[in-house]
Design a protein around this ligand. Structure first.
Ligand code: AMP
Length: 431
């Protein structure tokens, strides 16, 4: 007989694993609520063209794509931002702006399975449409920061950069968008040697080479000083200077919004997705060299999908990596799903109807009361209740029933006593 396994890179979420994911999701939903994001859901399957339009080569080549039976080229979504931009371009185009949409959804990428990298993973998302003001960028950072704090992280940092600086430097060299994207892709993967090799092949000016070398040195937590240095290096580049001012304003507003987290400015930082037009960021915790989440500004995606031009900024915290970091740092609460469970056991077969009714009545009052359903002995039923962390066992026996009572056994305290059926709910409810 064949013993089937999950497809490589796919995971089953057993109860304990799922409880961890749900814990993170619950915190995400608290932040949706606190920051005003309305949750939406879009299909797992999208048109290949929509998803690949600005995905970047790395993701484009790692998509699960295929022709459906109707001959359409489709793909399992590798991320959700294009789907949300599609919805805004199309179904929500007349909605009052700014519009804030949230999601929690699974994504698929044919990545090499390893720690923190799976072929099916979950992203949460905060997407804000209709503001180009730096305060919108700051608010997205604040929502992400709030999520990390609520999850219990105290020690994390936000790496921040701005793609318009790089685009400005590259555009001055009359570089095609495709070449710019290739450079950004190398930068995203921190492959500096490849960046400079490509710059040489493209025969950029010596000035451009020097600027890039200098930009790569501008990284650190001393962001005010680094921004000052950046202004000197980029002094004749108007777009880049505006971008630096934006970054300063964004960090300033984020501080006013209560973001005390360390900012790590990196002017040679790029992200693989090609739709970014402004500030970009990633969230890191010490000891884990992979980003827990990332995001940025993408002002032209909605119009690319046929909508009105609408500025947008957003982020996608990665649920799986957050769960991994919580685990590593021992930050998950000890008991993730704490429910006081009650097992109702009939001592004899003929008392089963009474036991079933009793459990049913308790459930009507909101108590997680379950019936013993195998017909096994009281001893085995109690040992099962113990192993499954039941708090109480309600034992229905004929002697007690004659007095309209049952035995209530406290499995934690290992004590038991007779309780009138009419008092059962109050007794359990008072624990
Ligand atoms: P991106 O859409 O590439 O900006 O990724 C945003 C976040 O999604 C990352 O910071 C990760 O937390 C998460 N993520 C991306 N790819 C994977 C993957 N293969 N496995 C697990 N999480 C991922």
């Amino acid at each position: 007989m064949t013993m089937y396994r999950t497809v490589r890179g796919m995971r089953d979420f057993l109860p304990a694993d799922l409880a961890k994911r749900r814990f993170v999701e619950e915190k995400v939903r608290e932040c949706f609520n606190l920051y005003g994001y309305d949750e939406v859901e879009t299909p797992i399957l999208e048109s290949f063209d929509l998803i690949s339009a600005k995905a970047g080569d790395e993701i484009r080549h790692r998509m699960y794509s295929f022709k459906d039976l109707g001959g359409r080229m489709v793909a399992l979504r590798p991320e959700i931002t294009p789907s949300i931009a599609r919805v805004v371009a199309n179904k929500l185009r007349t909605e009052v702006k700014p519009l804030k949409l949230g999601y929690i959804a699974n994504c698929f990428r044919y990545d090499n399975p390893q720690m923190g990298r799976y072929r099916e993973f979950w992203q949460a998302g905060f997407e804000l449409f209709g503001s180009s003001h730096p305060v919108a960028d700051a608010e997205v950072l604040a929502a992400n920061n709030a999520l990390m704090r609520r999850l219990g992280f105290t020690d994390f940092s936000i790496k921040i950069g701005h793609v318009a600086i790089l685009r400005d430097v590259f555009t001055e060299e009359s570089m095609t968008e495709a070449d710019q994207n290739r450079l950004m892709e190398f930068m995203d993967k921190r492959e500096q040697t490849k960046v400079f090799r490509l710059l040489s092949n493209l025969q950029v000016s010596d000035g451009c080479q020097t600027t890039m070398k200098e930009l790569f040195t501008l990284r650190g937590t001393d962001w005010k000083r680094l921004l000052g240095k950046g202004r000197r290096i980029l002094q004749h580049k108007e777009g880049a200077l505006v971008a630096l001012d934006h970054l300063e304003a964004i960090i300033g507003f984020a501080r006013s919004l209560g973001v005390e987290t360390e900012f790590f400015l990196d002017l040679g930082f790029a992200r693989g997705l090609e739709y970014y037009t402004g500030m970009i960021f990633e969230v890191y915790v010490p000891g884990l060299d992979i980003a827990l989440g990332g995001g940025g500004r993408y002002d032209r995606l909605v119009e690319l999908f046929g909508g009105e031009p609408i500025p947008a900024v957003g982020c996608a915290p990665g649920i799986d990596r957050i769960a991994l970091a919580l685990e590593k740092k021992g930050l998950f609460p000890e008991q993730l799903t704490h429910v006081e469970k009650v097992l109702v056991i009939a001592i004899q077969e003929d008392l089963l109807p009474t036991a079933l009714e009793l459990a049913s009545d308790l459930r009507k009052q909101g108590v997680a009361a379950h019936n013993e359903v195998t017909g096994r002995s009281l001893g085995s039923a109690l040992s099962y209740a113990d192993k499954k962390n039941y708090r109480y066992a309600v034992i229905v026996g004929s002697a007690e029933l004659e007095k309209e009572c049952v035995i209530l056994r406290d499995l934690k305290a290992e004590t038991q006593r007779e309780v009138p059926i009419t008092h059962l709910f109050t007794e359990i409810g008072q624990s």
